[in-house]
Design a protein around this ligand. Sequence first.
Ligand code: TRP
Length: 332
Amino acid sequence: MMISDKKKTIMSGIQPTGVFSLGNYIGAIKNWKKLQEDYKCLYFIANLHSLTVRMDPEKLKKLTLDCVAMLLACGVDVEKSLVFIQSQVPEHSQLSWVLQCYTQFGELSRMTQFKDKSLKNSDNINAGLFGYPVLMAADILIYQSDFVPIGADQKQHLEITRDIANRFNNLYGQTFKLPQPYVSELGDRVMSLADPTSKMSKSDKNKNGFISILDPPDDIINKFKKAVTDSEARIYYSPDKPGISNLLAIYSALSDLGVEEVERKFESKGYGDFKVAVGELVAKTLAPIQDQYYHLVKDRGELARICEKGAEVASEMARKTLRSVYEKLGIL
Ligand code: TRP
């Protein structure tokens, strides 16, 4: 594969914690597909980050390759983008150790995700959970990435990445490029269908709140029929109408119509009809992705080969940065 050096570099990762949600698809993966046309893209499965919470090893192994199949099914093209598994490029972990020595206890203590996760996993507040943002900084900085497409919940992690890079550059001279967040024009928050004031989450206990990209069409349409909305019957986007606004945003993202155009399209319709229409559009969008996924996921050997090839190229890029870092620090 040829990756042109003139293009700007985009990199992003996703944890192999389960089947992607509609939120992952609209907020992230759908854009990953688009970005690979204009950027040099590196997409990886952040399996080392998943060790920060306990996970069954067999399940982790299976999900890692399943996620690769999901990425490809969603349109990530290995002829255009590098796809790999974090653990297969050891330079990430190596740089992470170095960067830990340039990250302060105080700044990691202030990370809101660390605070949230410590509350949720109060019996296992391990050092990996604490150092999570540093490994993420290493993921990003090691490729001299220009842009990182991330959701709002990861913005603070990108800020600390820039802080660490700046600190290192100030001490040892220009070493790392400062990455910028890539903000998609679509916005990145798909909300729960059961509680439109909270983000759609894979771990939602209420199964009706959450659409997985592998949900069968009937389930999808039923979940949309049950979507929580307000009692007024007119369809328009407003902060006072989080349920309908969420449905409008989903329809808009998948139809490539602006929200106002969607409002106009459903001007004379009631909530019931609109919910079915959104459900049908989601089901129709996901159908070919599901077909592709079930086809790709069977060939574990091929998925493993794709990742190994990706890791080889990624590793070569990563080694350059690591070597210059070691040199500057006197690490033999
Ligand atoms: N922390 C990210 C998440 O949970 C995943 C991730 C790990 C990542 N390393 C990254 C995202 C580097 C972007 C760049 O969503």
